[in-house]
Design a protein around this ligand. Structure first.
Ligand code: UDP
Ligand code: MG
Length: 311
């Protein structure tokens, strides 16, 4: 098998057929042995029925049907677990990532790169809020982590089998694949493309899911938030020490003091706020540790026409 293409799909009934047409045209033209792995992430529409229809007609079409919605990163992970190809492509189902780009990505890979990701030179049809929050997030992330996670890229990329085998040995449950792949190293490069508007349907990435994803990225690759809290704790304590000396001095030496309601209220609220933020940040890390310790399966497969890959 030369290429496995992993396609996570959540409520994509309006895109499956066109995606299949364009993908298979590209791969046939490349004259490679390929498989298309559709991962149905608990869609509520006809997505899985359409995929199963296709797979009954075309042997290259494989499917993994989840028992419920587990999220985009987990869907991709399930595809990685079973992909057989020497090269693996990850692509969205909504045609925002043009399948035709795979030709160039594959060519570039053959020049000696283990990872070729697609960088968005332009993004069409996305709200300013999404662009702004994404931009801010990647800026923060690249500033607080030691690895360089490329800006303006999604998971649309081609990776070598070597990388996938390493990814499968990274046991964390809160997946941030683009970070993990960058962390692995080897020769990585990119090609630029214009990101299209979604072909049909609606985004499955709510702001809630995006926030969760962003926190997975930060907690998975940086301890800085916890360290900042520690530094802040020292600064506040140092400041409090001087205030304490001053308060005692004015109480007993100058004997010139006020009831002091204002300063009391301010310091109680301020310290209370800092403490709650600190506990919250620790909680984010702790809950992820908890997820990892529970050792539950990462996803549950309801139905598939693929075998588990045993290496
Ligand atoms: N997706 C998924 N599970 C989800 C949300 C999204 O498998 O819970 C898939 C979706 O079908 C698409 C890809 O992940 O193939 C990217 O999602 P989407 O297009 O909704 O995100 P956006 O492009 O708006 O960031
Ligand atoms: Mg999309």
């Amino acid at each position: 098998m030369d290429i496995s293409v992993i396609i996570p799909a959540y409520n994509e009934e309006a895109n499956i057929q066109m995606l299949y047409d364009r993908l298979s045209a590209v791969l046939r033209q490349m004259q490679l042995d390929y498989e298309l792995i559709f991962v149905n992430d608990g869609s509520q529409d006809k997505t899985i029925a359409l995929i199963k229809n296709l797979s009954a007609k075309v042997p290259e079409v494989k499917y993994i049907d989840f028992s419920r919605n587990f999220g985009h990163q987990i869907a991709v992970t399930a595809g990685l677990d079973r992909a057989k190809g020497e090269a693996i492509v990850i692509i969205d189902a909504d045609l925002q990532d043009p399948p035709e780009l795979i030709v160039d990505m594959y060519k570039k890979m053959k020049e000696g790169f283990e990872v070729v990701y697609a960088k968005r030179a332009k993004r069409k049809g996305e709200s300013w809020l999404k662009l702004w929050t994404a931009g801010a997030f990647y800026k923060i992330l690249s500033n607080i982590t030691s690895i360089s996670i490329p800006v303006d890229t999604g998971d649309f990329r081609i990776v070598d089998r070597k990388i996938v085998d390493i990814l499968k040995q990274m046991p964390e449950r809160n997946k941030f694949l683009r970070g993990q792949i960058s962390w692995v190293g080897f020769n990585q490069t990119f090609i630029e493309y214009e990101r299209q508007e979604r072909n049909a349907g609606e985004t499955g990435y709510t702001y809630r899911k995006m926030l969760h994803f962003a926190l997975d990225g930060i907690t998975g690759f940086s301890d800085l938030p916890m360290k900042i809290v520690t530094y802040f704790g020292f600064i506040v304590s140092g400041f409090a020490f001087f205030v304490m000396v001053y308060a005692l001095y004015s109480r007993y030496i100058w004997e010139d003091y006020q009831p002091g309601w204002t300063s009391l209220m301010i310091s109680i609220l301020f310290i209370g706020g800092i403490q709650m933020i600190a506990i919250g940040i620790i909680g984010e890390y702790l809950s992820r540790m908890n997820h990892n310790i529970r050792q539950r399966p990462l996803y549950i497969v309801k139905d598939t026409n693929m075998e588990e890959r045993v290496d």
